[in-house]
Design a protein around this ligand. Structure first.
Ligand SMILES: [Zn+2]
Length: 492
């Protein structure tokens, strides 16, 4: 059988000032999908491996990944849909499709991009099996669920199971094709948005919801897969909200009951997701008082994987003011300073302002006098648990030192999750008293093994965990935490 494989991920932030374009996805098609993505610990890497182990033929369709930014411009999204249509058509007759999407992609005037993509694929391929994998932060919509045969999401946050999720999706598809199972799904949407910081699946309230799903599956062999979607909270769309989904082998009521129980437990624990935030001043003071190093200062409000531009230099200002003379490191997305450092030579002193280049409403630039330490093309490969093997390009990059503070400046935004942002530039986080991770939670799997302490800092930004401060206009109401109300789980 011919099985189409596709991968297209972006998590959109409705509050980000930077619009997404199709070129941000660096889409490759046909055989180039295998050349670029085989061997990576991603969903598409897993699809390629799983189908490669069978007698079936893998038909690579398209693959792309874009850093989180603001909604995709409508003409750009139309181009993207045309690309999807063209590749499905070019592939010829397919017997099944395996596709990985994020689930929280939005375009200007199109809230539900993934629903549009899988809806388009369904209309082109007819009634063949389609299995979809999604990020745990997906906003599950009726159109996504109605367009596919089965659907499964990540089980980890920080995300370290993209590959395993791809494998789980492939297994559901292969078993369906073999006639072993007949997938039936049940979904419960939950009128709830929660900050990302406490959505960890290793411990805490979210872990308990996952544990409930796991128990239910162990107790009833008809239940095939469960997913809980916390929805990333910076998505201001009409169908917004968390969800619990269960795939069963023909057992609709058992699946519905399991999804209701997970949804209710999620709802009942909603207050436990609130985040304890510190001012930059308090965080620096605590870091200085802590023994050992590095203390990781997480700055979720400027997390590029959550859609912020990565342009905050607020903690540089805090280091200057509250910790003069103390070694620290931070990364700032600032193409202007990166270009300036490239033009000057290593060893040269530059005087400029850094930060606040893209989000000019929420950020202030910080004046610096710094020595250019090094310049590079900003290319590196992820080596930790997060998308291991994925190639990253941050464009023209430089390290400039402002006193004892090493500032990595880059032309493009990158995930703030990984220490490679520093290590690839010769800056070792362990040599610093404080290091900034522009990430809500993802950084924990990467920095956790060597961090002396982790503190979450409250700065302004499009991905602030302080949800009541954000300017939601389109989410359905009532919704927690914007409204206080009672709710009992029921299946749509
Ligand atoms: Zn996610």
């Amino acid at each position: 059988m011919r099985i189409g494989l596709a991968y297209l991920l972006q998590e959109t932030n409705s509050f980000s000032p930077v619009a997404s374009r199709l070129e941000d996805f660096a889409v490759v098609t046909g055989q180039a999908v295998v050349e670029r993505w085989a061997g990576t610990r991603t969903e598409i890497g897993a699809f390629i491996d799983a189908i490669g182990e069978t007698e079936h033929q893998a038909v690579p369709l398209f693959a792309g990944w874009a850093m989180t930014q603001g909604p995709i411009e409508r003409p750009e999204f139309d181009k993207l849909l045309r690309m999807v249509r063209a590749e499905i058509t070019r592939a010829g007759a397919l017997d099944a499709v395996l596709i990985a999407l994020h689930g929280a992609m939005a375009a200007v005037a199109a809230d539900d991009c993934e629903g549009a993509i899988v809806g388009e694929i369904r209309s082109l391929v007819g009634g063949i099996p389609i299995v979809l994998t999604l990020d745990l932060h997906a906003n599950l919509t009726a159109r996504m669920v109605d367009s596919v045969t089965a659907l499964v999401g990540y089980h980890t946050y920080p995300h370290v199971d993209m590959y395993e999720t791809g494998r789980a999706g492939a297994e559901l598809l292969l078993r369906t094709l073999a006639g072993e199972i007949r997938p039936v799904m049940a979904v419960t949407k939950i009128p709830l948005i929660v900050p990302a910081e406490n959505m960890m699946t290793t411990a805490g309230p979210f872990a308990r919801v996952f544990a409930l799903g796991k128990e239910a599956l162990a107790a009833d062999r008809r239940l095939l897969a469960y997913s809980v979607f916390g929805m990333q909270p910076w998505l201001d769309v009409a169908e917004a909200g968390a969800a619990a989904l269960v795939v069963s082998d023909g057992a609709r009521e058992a699946a519905a009951e399991c999804s209701r129980r997970m949804a209710q437990l999620f709802w009942d624990q909603r207050a436990a997701f609130d985040v304890e935030l510190m001012t930059p001043q308090a965080a620096v003071a605590q870091a200085l008082a802590a023994s050992g190093q590095p203390v990781v200062l997480a700055e979720p409000a400027d997390s590029p994987t959550a859609g912020s531009p990565g342009d905050s230099a607020d903690l540089l200002a805090a280091f200057h003011e509250y910790a003069p003379g103390v070694p620290a490191a931070l990364w700032v997305h600032d193409e202007r300073v990166a270009a300036m450092a490239w033009e000057a030579r290593p060893g040269t002193v530059i005087r400029t302002i850094v930060g606040g280049m893209y989000d000019q409403v929420r950020r202030k630039p910080v004046p610096v006098e710094a020595v250019v330490r090094s310049i590079s093309d900003g290319r590196f490969v992820l080596t930790g648990g997060y998308n291991r093997g994925m190639r990253v390009e941050m464009g023209r990059t430089a390290v400039v030192s402002a006193g004892p503070v090493q500032v990595v400046v880059s032309e493009k935004a990158v995930a703030g999750i990984c220490p490679e942002v520093y290590r690839s530039q010769g800056v070792e986080p362990r040599d610093q008293k404080m290091v900034v991770a522009k990430s809500a939670t993802g950084f924990r799997s990467e920095y956790g093994p060597f961090a002396a302490k982790i503190l979450i800092v409250d700065t302004p930004g499009a991905s602030s965990p302080n949800l009541r401060r954000l300017d939601y206009r389109n989410v359905p109401r009532p919704i927690y935490p914007l409204d206080e109300f009672g709710w009992l789980a029921g299946v749509r």
